[in-house]
Design a protein around this ligand. Structure first.
Ligand code: HEC
Length: 145
């Protein structure tokens, strides 16, 4: 039964162009995440003015990005091979990996629920979010030289 379910889900997988390549898909999602975080960090660094409405839009984009993260689809078994920096640890500890992303999603949601009123507040929120990126990357990503 389990095998059948897997076979069916693999067929569904193959049939979906959007998820033809989980490595590319998750890297695209992470690239987008990096871009969004970069926009926020420009404001924190003073390279861009703090505009509460614009910042909230960006935070919403970050939350939407986090909501698109589906570990089962993006990190299927066997996708540790290839042009990827995903560490084997992900598949050794999938529950831990998922809960690391869940924390990120919860923190992203919290920023949208309680948007920053000034740069200092944004800075504190970005520190938390950036800490989440670092925690996950340190544990679940390998550095390629
Ligand atoms: C739950 C874990 C997790 C969290 C949280 C996380 N990342 Fe990642 N990130 C990964 C993994 C795993 C990869 C490697 C993907 C691969 O190469 O297959 C990655 C790769 C990346 C990449 C490289 C993408 C590429 O083109 O290869 C960027 C950029 C990135 N992350 C940015 C961020 C930023 C910015 C944050 C926080 C705002 C963040 N990530 C949060 C797990 C995470």
């Amino acid at each position: 039964m389990r095998k059948l379910v897997i076979a069916i889900s693999m067929l569904a997988f193959a049939g979906s162009a959007a998820y033809a390549d989980p490595i590319k898909d998750r890297q695209a999602l992470m690239k987008e995440r990096g871009k969004i975080a970069g926009q926020l960090s420009k404001v924190v660094k003073g390279e861009e003015d703090f505009d509460a409405a614009a910042v909230l839009t960006t935070l919403k984009a970050l939350q939407a990005n986090a909501e698109k993260f589906d570990a089962d689809t993006l990190f299927p078994a066997g996708s540790d091979k290839g042009d990827t920096t995903a560490a084997p640890k992900i598949w050794e500890d999938m529950a831990g990996f998922k809960s690391t992303e869940d924390k990120f999603l919860a923190d992203a949601k919290a920023t949208v629920a309680s948007p920053p009123a000034d740069v200092d507040a944004l800075k504190a929120q970005l520190n938390t979010l950036g800490g989440d990126c670092g925690t996950c990357h340190q544990t679940y990503r390998i550095k390629k030289s």
